[in-house]
Design a protein. Sequence first.
Length: 298
Amino acid sequence: MAKIVQCVPNFSEGRRVEVIEAITGAIKQVEGVSLLDYSYDESHNRSVVTFIGEPKAVLEAAFQGAKKAAVLIDMSKHSGGHPRMGATDVIPFIPVKGVEMSDCVELAGKLGKRLADELNIPVYLYEEAASKPERKNLSEVRRGQYEGLIEAIREPGRKPDFGPAEVNLRAGVTAVGARPPLIAYNINLGTADLNIARDIARGIRGSGGGFPTVKALGILIEATGQAQVTINVCDYKKVPLHRIFELVKREAARYGVAVTGSEIIGLTPLDALVDASEFYLQMEGFERSQVLENRLLE
């Protein structure tokens, strides 16, 4: 059976297309890897890349992408709406076929050590690869972001898993992990009031008493002047997209604010969209086998 791993690195560049293309070019050059998608956002100043392949090739491609980013992105000059701590901010490995989560944890450890040894980039392991319970949560790992970590990384509890307890001033710090499929989902609000987006985000995320498998932040999109609730749906089977959308819409209405639209960043499982279709179309007795693409794949 073929072994397939997915990797979705996030790079702190969403404005210079030539830099993004150079990074994706370094990834594509690795034999045995297929680049499935990449997208970028100027306000977030961030790009999300998705590729798959056999484990060894995916590991090499992730390293080559991070190596190129370390040369082309200077974190000391970086600004953007999305939390970040490194030129290559996060690198998650996701099991797809013929591999277990434990295999992806092993890949994360190997890549983390290599980034530290060869590129002098401090690395934290997160999610299923975390070395400490408190590091499972990416937001805790990234607390303080690039600027705050310059001092905080020297604290005993913040020592990285690999590399020096000193921020690489150009490349920053990278988090490497292993996790299930995640949907990056953003909901835009018809207001420029950032406090409203933050209040809504606090109410839906697990750490604020909301959905345990949801992470959310409120940010301002500079290009449009709109507040946005930016969300990571960590388990769409437990908390479907339509439930999150409806709750955000209801919470926004309390402030007299409308939801103006939503977007998915990168790739998403088809089932997540079918679930939303079933809900909004009120379909009865619908089977996944009725989806044409599913039948073709069979």
